[in-house]
Ligand binder design. Structure first.
Ligand code: SF4
Ligand code: SF4
Length: 279
């Protein structure tokens, strides 16, 4: 099973839940794909053993060889190149480049345009309890986490092992990329008007991707009527509840996991995983 944990907005307890779900299982790989602000390590406390720099190919133009024919700029769909023949200048805008390789393919002059690697982030790997920890961290200023997330999923997702994927918050492209390979998507929400509003947006995403889905209600005080009404209309079950409790909030703020805070919750999370596996 590959289970992605998402939330329409930050601060719903997504990482708090996903880390404890992973810690309650065996032979599991935990992926922190919240690449702009990975913080699953705070609860999981892995022993990191490996750091892999992650890069993408981008063009580099040698203005001494380039004939300024403009073919590369014409072929670039993202306007990442600008050729100025009068000034004999070739400008490259890395933040617009999608590393598609088209410019190097169309350049007719040998060695005028070569591909070089641009570092966009780092992948950290390690161990925790009975599992593997894999985290992506995007360099500050990088425009999108999608390439790093897709690279991690391509190179490190083991088809034979259980994976718990902590997705980025929100509803943008990195979230979609992080759940593409999931068999099941868990949405973590809180029973507030903001929580409901943002959950509606992620429900649209999982529906469009035709993913099996269940919802975890965090900070549950028995006042989640509007949330449950919406879920019932959309045929989505509430699969778990984390009660509102001062003790849990204090533990959370100290980086202590849910399973180290609430006695017996580990067994419940194991059972939840088994139930999900049989859906
Ligand atoms: S296609 Fe090659 S030769 Fe032509 S402008 Fe681009 S880099 Fe220069
Ligand atoms: S690699 Fe693709 S996106 Fe980047 S500059 Fe070349 S053609 Fe444009």
């Amino acid at each position: 099973m590959k289970i992605a944990v998402i939330s329409g907005k930050g601060g719903t307890g997504k990482t708090y839940f996903s880390t404890s779900l992973a810690m309650s299982l065996e032979k599991v790989d935990f992926f922190d794909l919240d690449v702009e602000e990975p913080n699953g390590y705070i609860f999981i406390k892995p022993d990191i053993s490996e750091e892999i720099q992650y890069g993408l190919p981008v063009p580099e133009i040698d203005e001494n060889i380039c004939t300024f024919c403009n073919k590369c700029a014409e072929a670039c769909s993202y306007n990442a190149l600008s050729i100025l023949p009068q000034l004999k200048k070739a400008l490259f805008f890395p933040e617009l480049c999608h590393s598609c390789g088209v410019c190097s393919f169309v350049c007719p002059v040998d060695k005028a345009l070569i591909e070089v690697e641009k570092n966009i982030g780092v992948i950290r790997k390690g161990k925790f309890l009975k599992g593997n920890f894999i985290e992506g961290k995007l360099n500050i200023g990088e425009p999108s986490g999608v390439p790093l997330i897709s690279g991690i999923m391509k190179d490190h997702l083991d088809p034979e092992r259980t994976a718990i994927i902590d997705s980025p918050p929100g509803t943008s492209c990195p979230v979609v990329e992080s759940i593409k390979k999931a068999d099941y998507v868990i949405i973590v929400t809180e029973p507030t008007p903001f929580g409901l509003s943002d959950m509606k947006l992620v429900v649209e995403i999982v529906k469009n991707l035709e993913k099996k889905t269940g919802v975890v209600i965090n900070k549950d005080r028995g006042d989640s009527k509007a949330t449950e009404e919406f879920l019932r209309k959309n045929g989505i079950p509430v699969i778990f509840r984390i009660p509102y409790s001062l003790e849990i909030q204090k533990s959370y703020s100290k980086g202590i996991s849910l399973i180290d805070t609430v006695p017996g919750i580990e067994k419940k999370l194991k059972r939840l995983y088994e139930d999900i596996s049989n859906v």
